[in-house]
Design a protein around this ligand. Structure first.
Ligand code: ARG
Ligand code: ZN
Length: 472
């Protein structure tokens, strides 16, 4: 329904409802033969992710010592071959690979597996091909000093960031490769199990919930965390250090965990209370909370941003206020449960989370979404009006337009279809694609279906034109 060249689908559109964990956007490699492509096929980030297989599960057993900054890990990755594969890639940056083995349940490719690590690509060759459609396990033992991604265009520092007492781990868009090998692109979700060992006295925080109490042996403590819902790689975290914790449940009964670096001790109670209150409120607006726990983490590292890490949004070196908590928790629905498959659709994450801030403001009796919209509309933010938020800017990915104009797109839509249809649309969108994948085309189609209106011109003006929309 959306017109304009750059908005056309890329020919791999999935059916409306995608089953949990299945990645319809991982295409069989266009390369001939039985070689998986070194990129998943995102034209704006051509080497991110990989083709030819779909990861179903990551088991990450990781030991880290903040004093030496040494990490040693074993990643056990269960994947399904989408084509015959005698060779495939994993994304891994900087660490040293010690051993790689592949097993498809019939053949242990022990004798023939070779691995070559060049740049951020680990190429695994099994010799005998894994048949198309078959599940296989690849185990990678690796070690070294993790290095975050720094200053690649304007993304700042992200990935595994060593801190004085541990690590601050926020990976959007492609920093997961700095601490584990995988298919590092949002178009391939998987389940995650973490087994993290750190010096006793430190806390390891990963996604999902703790499986049993941490166990301390010979001065080292092991934390086992499980994320039981599909998750993209950039939302995975293993944030480490000294933390003060507050745990309990929200009023609606969702497990809630707040953790703060001792320097942010005074923020702990507010973080806990607001995260609980806002999670419960979003569940009434967007539909049931998609995960098994909520909360937040404040660490003593000035990232200059927050990240919606699944179940545990992370706030980098500041005391988070209501707006940003509302934003990161809205991402649990839009971005985390519903994931984009190409970075050009980032407004489906950031525009929605920004609009959620405006709804939260309206809800608590502050400025209404309409007032905030008008304020932005009258501002001469030339850069924002020149950027079409429906396209990716790989060199300026998290630009204002994706956030603000993305949010304004939703407000323009709300004005057009009315509150009843608009809020029904948000809930239906979240329900129909729960734990799945979304595209701009899919959102426009649903908005047209629920409103019975032709919305091409509206979305075209707001998402794809490099100028200020004349009207809304
Ligand atoms: N998704 C985050 C947010 O909601 C932004 C992440 C920015 N990442 C980065 N590497 N700068 O605000
Ligand atoms: Zn965001």
């Amino acid at each position: 329904p959306v017109t304009g060249g750059a908005t056309a689908g890329d020919g791999t559109a999935p059916t409306a409802v995608t089953p949990p964990g299945v990645a319809p956007y991982v295409t069989a490699s266009p390369a001939a033969g039985d070689t998986g492509a070194p990129g998943i096929g995102d034209p704006d980030f051509p080497t991110d992710g990989n083709g030819g297989y779909d990861v179903e599960h990551y088991r990450l057993k990781i030991d880290y010592n903040p004093e030496t900054r040494h990490l040693s890990g074993v990643a056990t990755i269960t994947a399904r071959a989408l084509q015959e594969l005698s060779r495939f890639n994993l994304d891994l940056s900087g660490l040293t690979v010690k051993r790689v083995s592949v097993d498809d349940g019939i053949t242990t490719f022990e004798e023939v597996t070779t691995a070559e690590h060049a740049g951020d690509e680990l190429t695994v060759t099994t010799g005998d091909p894994i048949p198309a459609g078959k599940a296989f396990t690849v185990e990678v033992a690796y070690a070294g000093e993790p290095k975050p991604v720094r200053n690649s265009s304007n993304l700042g520092t992200y990935g595994f960031i060593p801190t004085r007492d541990g690590a601050f781990v926020t990976c959007e868009p492609n920093g997961a490769k700095t601490w584990f090998p995988g298919n590092d692109h949002p178009a391939d979700k998987a389940l995650f199990d973490f087994e993290i060992t750190v010096p006793a006295g430190l806390t390891a925080l990963a996604n999902g919930e703790l499986d049993g109490e941490p166990v301390t042996r010979e001065g080292r403590t092991t934390y086992v965390w499980r994320e039981r819902h599909p998750m993209v790689t950039y939302l995975a975290t293993m944030t480490l250090g000294r933390f003060e914790l507050r745990q309990g449940r929200t009023a609606a009964g969702i497990k809630n965990l707040a953790a703060v670096d001792p320097r942010y001790r005074d923020s702990l109670d507010d973080l806990y209370t607001l995260s609980g209150k806002i999670t419960d409120h979003w569940a009434t607006v967007f539909g049931p909370y998609p995960f098994s726990s909520t909360g937040g983490v404040v660490d003593d590292f000035s990232a200059g941003y927050a990240l919606e890490n699944q179940t545990k949004p992370m706030y980098g070196g500041f005391d988070p206020g209501e707006d940003i908590i509302a934003h990161e928790l809205a991402h649990q629905w839009f971005g985390n449960s519903l994931s984009i498959t190409r970075w050009k659709d980032l407004w489906l994450n950031e525009g929605f989370a920004t609009y959620a801030e405006w709804i939260w403001s309206e809800h608590r009796g502050d400025s209404t979404a309409e007032q905030i919209f008008r304020r932005h509309y009258s501002a001469d933010d030339d850069a924002m009006w020149a950027y079409a938020p429906g396209r990716a800017r790989p060199d300026d990915l998290f630009n204002n337009s994706v956030y603000i104009r993305g949010g304004m797109t939703l407000h323009a839509l709300r004005q057009r279809v009315g509150d009843r249809v608009f809020f029904e649309l948000l809930k239906t969108w979240a329900a129909e694609h729960k734990y799945g994948y979304v595209t701009t085309e899919g959102f426009v189609a649903l908005a047209e279906r629920l409103s019975g209106k032709q919305l091409d011109a509206l979305f075209d003006a707001w998402l794809f034109q490099e100028r200020k929309p004349a009207t809304w």
